[in-house]
Design a protein around this ligand. Structure first.
Ligand SMILES: Nc1ncnc2c1ncn2[C@@H]1O[C@H](COP(=O)(O)OP(=O)(O)O)[C@@H](O)[C@H]1O
Ligand SMILES: [Mg+2]
Length: 276
């Protein structure tokens, strides 16, 4: 099976002075939850937007499900990739259910079926049937964010791109949304490429972290690998004490425990990593 997403020697500059991304090589397996982590301005959004062709790259190749980006029909590509961003970007004049089923409508799905799916989706993201007929302005910020996630899931995309989607909500809502997203991923196994600068969020969500610094991938791996085996000083500097505390986060520990249970991680491996 081909990789869901392949970046090969991707580079990008907006201006002559600044190289924003240099020689990005990254293969993302089907069904993986990958987090692009790094400080503000390191190039995460730029990299993400290349996947659904919102931005072009200067050199290299990008393949989606084995097919070169340039060979994809752009409409077909965008409809098969879910996209959720911090600003949410709901249509203010459309009701919640119409916002959620915007792409299915373009795909020709009938009204009753779209309403039925919207109901399933609001339930999945922790909203209620009564929210379906509201307009975005009649929702809280957290609720709008949930609608944004539901909309990204609506066309049953195999790939979902998320750019700091929970950045603007309060801590408690953010935790709930993270748990829900993790549950959705466990249930449906979409390929998720998620951008954040928040180490705790990254460690809670990711199967695999891709750490970006000044437009370069400086290390990729599990949270344990990054914390216990930093490949260069910039990794150590970025993670610092926050890395260790994020690793000891209860929900990260739960994930670790789960991976031990399913055999995805073995005890010897874990112990040797803990010993450093
Ligand atoms: N449209 C643009 N024109 C010029 N420079 C840009 C543009 N968009 C982003 N940049 C620059 O590219 C770098 C990476 O930006 P971005 O990908 O948004 O970073 P991140 O999402 O990691 O915060 C930053 O230095 C930013 O200032
Ligand atoms: Mg960004």
């Amino acid at each position: 099976m081909p990789y869901a997403i392949e970046f090969e020697h991707i580079s990008k500059s907006y201006t002559f002075e600044e190289v924003v991304l240099s020689d990005i090589n990254l293969n993302i397996e089907d069904g993986q939850f990958v987090v692009l982590l790094g400080s503000s301005g390191c190039g995460k959004t730029t990299l993400l937007k290349m996947v659904n062709k919102l931005l072009a790259f200067d050199t290299g190749y990008l393949r989606i499900h084995g097919k070169k980006l340039s060979d994809w029909n752009i409409e077909e590509l965008r409809r098969s990739i879910g996209y959720a961003i911090q600003q949410v970007g709901l249509f203010p004049h459309l009701r919640v259910w119409e916002n959620i089923s915007y792409v299915p409508k373009l795909q020709g799905v009938g009204k009753e079926e779209r309403k039925r799916r919207a109901l399933e989706l609001v339930d999945l993201v922790g909203l209620k049937a009564e929210h379906l007929d509201r307009y975005p302005r009649q929702l809280s910020g957290g609720q709008r964010q949930r609608v944004g996630v539901a909309r990204a899931l609506a066309a049953e995309p195999s790939i979902i791109l998320m750019d700091e989607p929970f950045g603007a909500v309060d801590e408690q809502t953010r935790s709930q949304l993270q748990d829900q997203l993790k549950r959705i991923h466990r249930q449906f196994h979409q390929t998720i490429l998620f951008v954040t600068h928040d180490i705790h969020e990254a460690f809670r969500l990711a199967d695999r972290i891709v750490l970006i610094h000044e437009g370069r991938i400086i290390q990729e791996g599990t949270p344990e690998e990054l914390v216990f085996h930093p490949k260069e000083e910039a990794v150590r500097t970025f993670l610092g004490k926050r890395g260790l505390s994020a690793l000891l986060d209860q929900r990260v520990m739960d994930g670790l425990y789960e991976r031990l249970q399913t055999g995805a991680l073995d005890v010897d491996q874990l112990v040797s990593q803990l010993k450093g």
